[in-house]
Ligand binder design. Structure first.
Ligand SMILES: [Zn+2]
Length: 149
């Protein structure tokens, strides 16, 4: 009996997994400025702040659609299409979501949903889904799922 390899995130450190996944931002310890994705910025991006240390903080799991679009054409590399090899490319929807913290985070829309399920200011929730499967097993990414109202 073989056990399937565990799912791992496509990018490390951008989101947590589990029942209630959340995006991880870098917060300046001096002024509280939030940055997503949490790139290892040495100095604070706030021009009025001399802070040089950031800590990882979880962001709100729900936000409101600021804008959304259909990706009808396959983006260039290094984009990895969300399908198994040999299948035709499948269009997907992208949503820019404004979080209560004030950040706008771009992400794919959850499996099974499209722009027709979204409207500006509708509520969405963060989910983690499998983007594709490679030699190390399923690779996951965060996505925005419409919240039934
Ligand atoms: Zn700062």
């Amino acid at each position: 009996m073989t056990s399937s390899p565990p799912a791992t995130p496509v990018v490390e450190g951008w989101f947590t997994d589990g029942a209630e996944p959340a995006l991880i931002a870098a917060r300046c310890t001096a002024c509280g400025d939030l940055v997503f994705p949490p790139t290892a910025a040495a100095a604070c991006r706030n021009p009025r702040c001399a802070g040089e240390e950031h800590e990882a903080v979880a962001l709100s799991r729900r936000g409101r659609v600021w804008s959304c679009t259909d990706a009808q054409y396959q983006p260039p590399a290094p984009y990895v299409a969300p399908q198994t090899e040999g299948e035709p490319w499948r269009p997907f929807a992208l949503a820019a979501v404004e979080l209560p913290e004030g950040l706008v985070v771009l992400g794919q829309v959850a499996d099974g949903f499209g722009v027709g399920d979204l409207r500006v200011d509708s509520e969405v929730e963060l989910v983690v889904e499998v983007l594709h499967v490679d030699e190390s097993g399923p690779r996951t990414t965060y996505r925005w799922k419409p919240v039934a109202s």
